[in-house]
Design a protein around this ligand. Structure first.
Ligand SMILES: [Zn+2]
Length: 343
């Protein structure tokens, strides 16, 4: 099969012929139609996340099952599928209580610790594939459907993690990024008042179109003051920080109101100081959020099938143009998500 192979970090992709994968016991193989291109996998290409090479990256797939191994009863040839991002074991106490991202026997991530979707075929343990609901027209919109598994499901999960209620104010730091813009969209769907915090002026319109009621540019100075002003001094109910530097997190906690919640996920994950007195007297909370459960992916699929939200994919190029697409991702020039068309 044809595959985009990475031979090392900070090297270009190489379009290569590699052996077709064959499903062993408990495994399945899907023909890849599209695969999303986000910052998570660009981190590996750029050397900011250590992985082993050679590697075929990519996890936000839409595909169709072409081969199932012995003992697989949950999938059949022709099923439309996407992929879970974590290679979770499926049988530890976390997997059994629908907390799969916390799996204690996990094998890493699809497309990072095993080969992924930048190829004509992908082989995975069968339970890692997720069958699309019948209502979802993955054939008509494969790129959009393929990014649900991360770009849309992750913001959906954050709403639950922070218990966002209608009428609350949600600030999204890094709102113009691939996940941030979908967080804006999902928070609006949840009937929150949404404040986008973003430094890239060329993303402001997209933030507003996705549902932001206000846009705050930290380069104008005083993010905390701006968020307090927009809430008449009360502070915001929830801050979702997709950047997670020391500075953004410290600004985020200071912008929280009473019972405010800060959700930390992705980004730089730098250490930061928290004013304990405020946390106590205002009953605030800091929440880590790690990817999603399968149930949350299926919930997000249902929302898309009903037309309540729609994944924002603005760049779709053939697999052969992976290098150019990753250049755009690296430079922050993609609005929403990019994807590669494989078949
Ligand atoms: Zn497990």
């Amino acid at each position: 099969m044809k595959a985009m192979v990475l031979r090392g970090s900070r090297t270009p992709f190489e379009l290569a012929d590699v052996p077709d994968p064959v499903a062993g016991p408990g495994e399945a193989v899907a023909r890849v139609i599209t695969c999303g291109s986000g910052l998570t996998i660009q981190h590996a290409k750029a050397g900011r996340r250590q992985i082993k090479f050679p590697r075929i990256i990519g996890h936000e797939i839409t595909g169709e099952i072409v081969d199932v191994g012995a003992g697989v009863s949950t999938l059949k040839v022709g099923d439309g599928v996407t992929s879970f991002f974590y290679l979770n074991c499926g049988h530890c106490r976390y997997c059994l209580t629908t907390l799969e991202p916390l799996c204690t026997n996990g094998g890493g991530n699809v497309g990072l610790e095993c080969d992924g979707g930048y190829a004509e075929y992908i082989k995975l343990p069968a339970h890692i594939f997720i069958k699309y609901p019948e209502e979802l027209d993955y054939k008509a919109h494969p790129a959009e459907m393929g990014v649900i598994t991360d770009a849309l499901a992750t913001p959906y999960k954050v709403l639950r993690r922070a218990q966002v209620k209608g009428g609350e104010t949600v600030a999204v730091i890094g709102a113009g990024g691939g996940l941030g813009i979908h967080q804006v969209m999902m928070a609006k769907w949840a009937n929150a008042r949404v404040i986008a915090v973003e430094t890239a002026a060329d993303k402001f319109d997209a933030c507003r179109k996705a549902g932001a009621d206000e846009v705050v540019n930290p380069r104008d100075g005083g993010v905390v003051e701006a968020l307090r002003d927009l809430t008449h001094g009360a502070g915001v109910d929830v801050v979702v920080d997709y950047v997670s530097t020391t500075a953004t997190q410290e600004a985020a906690v200071r912008a929280l109101g009473q019972r405010g919640r800060l959700v930390i996920l992705g980004g730089a994950a730098q250490p930061f100081h928290v004013p304990a007195r405020d946390m106590l007297t205002k009953e605030q909370a800091i929440l880590g959020s790690r990817y999603v459960t399968r149930a949350e992916i299926l919930d997000a699929c249902d929302l898309v099938a009903r037309g309540e939200v729609w994944p924002l994919v603005t760049v779709v190029r053939p697999l052969a143009e992976a290098e150019a697409v990753h250049d755009l991702v690296e430079r922050g020039q993609v609005t929403g998500r990019a994807a590669l068309r494989v078949a």
